[in-house]
Ligand binder design. Structure first.
Ligand code: FES
Ligand code: FE
Length: 413
């Protein structure tokens, strides 16, 4: 079956302001095109540097049949390689995370150093050129402790703009001085785009997220009804202006940057106030860790939110960070990896409790999984047809679909 003409037709007839047609969520052949054209050619968020704090620490990221190995080298740098031995192709690291001295293939023990250089290969004879059998590198960029990879031969150049614009925001939270307090992998039985679309609106927040909406104002998350239709928005806008003035006086960048659908490397950011004391996305709105990040002298700094196309979102608070990586597994199966970071010197049971730290997003993730899985089941019905987005509350979902369809069309050529 040749998907390309069908895909081109589907892309051409996409109606802005409406959800995508069913094959985008259901067709396994189209899913392979997502892997190739979106995940194979754009910058993908892999995870925070804090996952690999020591030399030899590694974690792997699977994108379709491609496995990428991110490893901390002896000089404190991070390298990314294809997780494939240069002998007969065995997968090198079969765990999702771990620690090694060198990278030793489990099959015939070819041994690579942490920079990917082949150090040892027994019984290969005198003429064997070791230096042409190093691990294949994968493009890697580190934005103030957030690791992005790209599988393309030539990665999108505008990542440099994202790095330049986002570094002043993220650097304040010193991701490199954090440790992983908790990490949870959750599989959602839905297409990865439903996971992302659900993340890009807060139309559903009030109805589904009682824990999250204790601290989070939905207005900063694409929910923007007019003052005529929503009582709270004028008050929120006053609070936003007041907090931005305070935080900018402290040297914290706050203003919204939105390039969700007008760049190849799409992203959005803004520092947003929180309710109930304004410290953290916890059940009581108070900081979850008593050791603040970076040089912060106060806890009520709201949350710096950061969203990237196609696969991540993040919330940076004064005391902790929650960062999300979305990875497609199958047309109807998606991995959502949530990582909670606290200051590396914070002590569990003294400075923070994991249960309190993770309570809001554990509950929210479970609620979102149910919403996304219900969507997948509904879209599988022949009765499904693309429905209209709310112009007031689903603008960022529309931008996700704009970005996705434009990038697919461009990469299809
Ligand atoms: Fe790796 Fe043989 S396949 S050493
Ligand atoms: Fe949600």
């Amino acid at each position: 079956m040749n998907i390309t003409p069908n895909l081109r037709t589907l892309l051409e007839r996409r109606k802005p302001g409406y959800s995508l047609e069913a094959p985008f969520y259901l067709d396994p052949v189209l899913f392979e095109q997502d892997l190739k054209l979106i995940f194979g050619r754009h910058w993908i968020y892999a995870g925070p540097q804090a996952c690999i704090p020591e030399d030899g620490d590694f974690f792997t990221v699977d994108i379709g049949s491609t496995s990428v190995l991110l490893v901390r080298d002896g000089d404190g740098g991070v390298n990314a390689f294809h997780n494939v031995c240069r002998h007969r192709g065995s997968r090198l690291c079969n765990e999702q995370k771990g620690a090694v001295g060198n990278l030793v293939c489990p099959y015939h023990q070819w041994t690579y150093d942490l920079t990917g250089k082949l150090m040892f290969a027994e019984h290969m004879g005198e003429g064997f050129a070791r230096d042409t059998h190093n691990l294949k590198p994968v493009h890697l960029r580190n934005v103030a402790g957030l690791l992005f990879i790209c599988l393309a031969d030539v990665p999108p150049q505008d990542f440099e703009q994202l790095a330049a614009e986002m570094t002043p925001y993220v650097v304040q939270h010193r991701v490199a001085d954090c440790k992983v307090a908790a990490q949870i992998d959750m599989v959602e039985h839905c297409n990865w785009k439903l996971t992302m679309e659900n993340n890009r609106e807060c139309y559903h927040c009030r109805g589904s997220h009682p824990e999250l909406t204790r601290s989070l104002f939905e207005y900063g998350f694409g929910y923007a009804p007019t003052p005529e239709t929503c009582d709270g928005i004028n008050e929120y806008n006053r609070l936003l202006a007041e907090r931005h003035a305070q935080w900018e006086a402290l040297g914290l960048p706050c203003r919204e940057i939105d390039h969700l659908d007008d760049r190849v490397t799409g992203f959005r950011t803004q520092r947003l106030p929180l309710d109930r004391g304004g410290e953290a996305q916890t059940l009581n709105g108070k900081a979850a860790s008593s050791k603040r990040l970076g040089q912060f002298q106060q806890s009520d700094l709201g949350a710096l939110s950061f969203w990237t196309q196609p696969n991540s979102w993040h919330h940076f608070m004064a005391d902790h960070i929650v960062t999300f990586t979305v990875l497609p597994i199958a047309v109807d199966k998606t991995l959502v990896r949530t990582t909670w970071l606290v200051h590396k010197d914070a002590v569990e049971g003294v400075d923070y409790e994991v249960g309190n730290l993770t309570a809001v997003w554990n509950a929210t993730n479970a609620q979102d999984r149910q919403l996304c899985e219900q969507s997948q089941r509904g879209i599988a019905s022949p009765a499904y047809e693309p429905g209209p987005y709310s112009p007031f509350t689903e603008g960022l979902v529309d931008k996700f679909c704009n970005w996705y369809t434009a990038r697919m069309a461009a990469e299809l050529g």
